[in-house]
Design a protein around this ligand. Structure first.
Ligand code: B1M
Length: 208
C-alpha cells in the first residue's frame, strides 16, 4: 500500500498519533503536499458518507477531523509558501452555530500565502464579532466567512449583512460546502470561492 493510501486510511479511522509520521513518510517518498492534502480531504468525504449512512457517529467524525488537522500541521510550511503580507489584514472565521474548522483553516493558510496577514476568530463566530475585529485590527481589507451546515446558512447571511450594515470599507468573501455562488450573491457577499486554492486567488482579485 502506498504511503498516501495509508494516510487516507488512518485519517478515516482517526489515528491521530500515526498520521503526522505517515504524512512525513509520504513526503519523503516524493509525494507532493497537494496530493497528500487531497487524500485527506477525500478521507473526510468518506467519513461524511459513513456518518450519513449511520455507520459512524459524531465522536468518530471528530477523531477523524483531529487526525486530519495533525496531518495538515505537517504540510503547513509547504502549503503556506512565502508570505509577504502586503495585501492587508484578513479576518476569518466560521459563522455562529457552526463548529467545522478544517476547511476554514485551509482557506486561512492559502489566503495568507496570497499575501494577507490573518486574524482567525475561530468557530461559532457571532456576526457582531466580525465587525468588532475589523475595528480592532489595522488595515483590514477582507473578511472571510466559512459555513459548513445548511442550518448555518442564515448565520452566514447575518454575518455578511451585519458587516455591510456597519459601513466599514472591507470586502467579504464566503464559502463552505453548501454555499453556492448564487447564494453568496443573494446575501450580498463580494466574493465566493468553492475551495481553499480558489479562495486565495479570489481574495487577491477582490482587494486589487
Ligand atoms: Co459535521 N457535518 N456535523 N462534523 N462534518 C458535515 C459538514 C456533513 C456534510 C456530514 C454528513 O452528514 N454527510 C453534515 C452537514 C449536512 C448539511 O448541513 N448539509 C454534518 C453534520 C450534520 C454535523 C452535525 C450537525 C452532526 C450532529 O451533531 N448530529 C454537527 C454540527 C456541529 C456544529 O457545527 N454545530 C457536526 C459536527 C462535526 C464534528 C465537530 C464532529 C466534525 C468537525 C470537526 C472540525 O471541523 N474541527 C465534523 C466533520 C469532520 C464533518 C465532515 C465529515 C468533514 C468536514 C471537513 O472537515 N471536510 C463533513 C462531511 C464532509 O465534508 N463531506 C461534515 C474537509 C474540509 C477540507 O472540507 O470543510 O468542506 P470543507 O472545506 C472546503 C470547502 O468547503 C471550502 O474550502 C475548503 C477546502 O478546500 N471552504 C471555503 C470552506 N470554507 C470556506 C470559506 C471560503 C471559501 C471556501 O471563503 C471564506
Amino acid at each position: 500500500m502506498s504511503k498516501i493510501q495509508e494516510v487516507k486510511e488512518k485519517v478515516e479511522i482517526g489515528k491521530t498519533k500515526l498520521v503526522p509520521g505517515l504524512v512525513q513518510e509520504a513526503l519523503d517518498e516524493g509525494s507532493s503536499a497537494a496530493d497528500i492534502l487531497q487524500a485527506m480531504v477525500d478521507s473526510m468525504g468518506v467519513v461524511g458518507e459513513k456518518f450519513s449512512s449511520g455507520e459512524i457517529f459524531v465522536p468518530e467524525m471528530l477523531i477523524a477531523a483531529k487526525a486530519m488537522a495533525k496531518g495538515v500541521d505537517v504540510l503547513r510550511p509547504l502549503l503556506a509558501g512565502d508570505t509577504s503580507n502586503s495585501l492587508g489584514t484578513c479576518i476569518i472565521g466560521t459563522v455562529a452555530g457552526d463548529l467545522h474548522d478544517i476547511g476554514k483553516n485551509l482557506v486561512s493558510m492559502m489566503i495568507e500565502s496570497a499575501g494577507f496577514t490573518m486574524v482567525d476568530l475561530g468557530v461559532d463566530v457571532p456576526a457582531e464579532r466580525f465587525v468588532e475585529a475589523i475595528k480592532e485590527n489595522e488595515n483590514v481589507t477582507l473578511v472571510a466567512c466559512s459555513g459548513l451546515l445548511t442550518t448555518t446558512m442564515p448565520a452566514l447571511k447575518e454575518a455578511v449583512q451585519t458587516i455591510k450594515a456597519s459601513g466599514l470599507d472591507v470586502k467579504v468573501i464566503v464559502g463552505g460546502a453548501p454555499v453556492t455562488p448564487e447564494y453568496a450573491a443573494e446575501i450580498g457577499a463580494d466574493g465566493f470561492a468553492p475551495d481553499a486554492g480558489s479562495a486565495a486567488v479570489k481574495a487577491k482579485e477582490m482587494v486589487a
